[in-house]
Design a protein around this ligand. Structure first.
Ligand SMILES: *[C@@H]1O[C@H](CO)[C@@H](O)[C@H](O)[C@H]1NC(C)=O
Ligand SMILES: *[C@@H]1O[C@H](CO)[C@@H](O)[C@H](O)[C@H]1NC(C)=O
Ligand SMILES: *[C@@H]1O[C@H](CO)[C@@H](O)[C@H](O)[C@H]1NC(C)=O
Ligand SMILES: *[C@@H]1O[C@H](CO)[C@@H](O)[C@H](O)[C@H]1NC(C)=O
Length: 381
């Protein structure tokens, strides 16, 4: 708790300092030609030959006014009303692209692992630390790792302009930001996921494997690569692993972040799926998900939606013991909760704050780190 507090205070001070500097920057470096739509059109410089319909900017999508007729609509929380009004909107302009992320499309098979990390525009510190730690673009065990952050537009309109500028600066410096012109909100994460699969089809059709997750996880990409190298088929077969969740259904309690009312789905159960905090899939499976998603209405919970796509494709998600997206239970009370020996064996753990990612990434790579008996969880399915 003490640690958490100090971090918060530091973060507040840093962000205040940063914000003052940022205001200065905006004031001195602002010109009338940088409002978002302009930026967008300047950045849509992809090659027409490879771009599909889904990558092209389109006219604004209209709200479906008839949803107001659905019984009980007026009593629903605002974000659910919005979901129902806009769920038919599936095409959004790509404001920031990295067309050559995987090289020319005919050589994208040379990318072994693409890290596709969902990140809201405001999560700058998380992206910075991920770039320097587990998300670094590198060659490891002879294979190539690449990274993209998946983002929408800040949902708070007062932040939109400066956060668009931030993402653009990051994109120029790191070439790792995909941004689409929709509101980046929790209930739009499925939209983000669907647009990502469409982007994959156009830009990185041959990528072997994909890590798909949030920006608050600690992913041990060394172990992920070692595990994926041991998987037969090199990405040409079905693979979809993570923390498997089965026998659950929609939460009907209004207070829950995951509340899904009958107006969204009458079904009482979800298909098996993997926790969306972090999972691994093959290029083959990404393609299958893309195809199924075209004919499947959006569902507000993104990881459940992937489960629905898999079910439609006749493919099953599987569990991997080394992926812990729903809380970590440290195996023994003798181990410290932050013991690098524990994390060294895992593939992925949910909820690290940025500085913890830095410390842990360095610690598991310390040549003098001595650990006891290996639990070797990363090799087991
Ligand atoms: C449903 O909504 C539309 C659009 O708001 C409206 O024109 C129509 O009268 C409504 N229909 C019913 C049955 O309430
Ligand atoms: C609009 O909402 C109504 C009521 O839910 C639905 O029947 C209709 O299919 C929707 N239209 C579109 C374009 O999604
Ligand atoms: C990919 O396409 C380019 C241009 O069409 C061509 O020059 C190149 O040889 C191709 N590369 C491979 C690996 O097929
Ligand atoms: C999703 O994004 C669209 C486009 O920006 C927006 O109109 C809609 O309200 C968003 N939906 C939710 C549930 O936030």
């Amino acid at each position: 708790m003490v640690r958490g507090w100090r971090y918060k205070v530091e973060a507040v001070i840093l962000s205040l300092l940063g914000f003052t500097g940022f205001l200065f920057l905006l004031q001195t470096n602002d010109s009338p030609n940088v409002h978002p739509p302009k930026e967008a059109s300047e950045n849509t410089a992809w090659t027409p030959a490879t771009a599909t319909e889904t990558l092209r900017p389109i006219a604004e999508c209209r709200a479906n006014a008839s949803v107001a007729n659905v019984s009980g609509f007026a009593e629903l929380p605002d974000h659910i009303k919005n979901f129902l009004r806009y769920k038919h909107c599936r095409t959004f302009p790509l404001l920031l692209d990295v067309p050559d992320k995987c090289g020319p499309p005919n050589s994208s098979h040379l990318v072994f692992l693409l890290l596709a990390i969902k990140s809201s525009p405001g999560n700058y510190e998380r992206r910075e630390i991920i770039r320097k730690t587990w998300g670094e673009e590198r060659t490891f065990e002879g294979v190539c790792i690449r990274r993209v952050f998946l983002s929408g537009v800040a949902s708070n309109p007062r932040e939109t302009r400066k956060l668009n500028r931030l993402l653009r600066l990051e994109a120029e410096e790191h070439r790792d930001v995909l941004q689409w012109g929709f509101q980046d909100s929790f209930f739009n994460l499925t939209l983000k996921q669907a647009l990502f699969h469409a982007w994959m089809e156009a830009r990185c059709p041959g990528v072997r494997f994909i890590f798909n997750g949030d920006d608050d996880v600690f992913a041990n990409t060394d172990n992920i690569v070692r595990y994926l190298l041991s998987v037969p088929g090199a990405g040409d077969r079905h693979l979809f692993v993570g923390q498997l969740i089965t026998n659950v259904g929609p939460i009907r309690e209004k207070w829950s972040k995951y509340y899904v009312p009958e107006q969204v789905t009458a079904s009482k159960s979800y298909p098996p799926y993997c926790g969306g905090g972090g999972l691994l899939m093959s290029g083959y499976t990404s393609h299958a998900i893309y195809k199924e998603s075209l004919g499947l209405e959006l569902f507000p919970i993104d990881d459940v939606y992937l489960g629905m796509c898999l079910q439609k494709a006749g493919l099953a998600p599987a569990s991997h013991m080394g992926i812990r997206t729903v809380g970590v239970r440290v195996p023994s009370s003798k181990l410290e909760p932050f013991d690098p020996c524990y994390y060294k064996e895992l593939l992925l753990v949910h909820r690290f704050v940025p500085y913890e990612m830095l410390v842990m990434w360095r610690d598991i790579h310390r040549p003098d780190l001595v650990c006891g008996k290996k639990t070797a969880v990363y090799g087991s399915l």
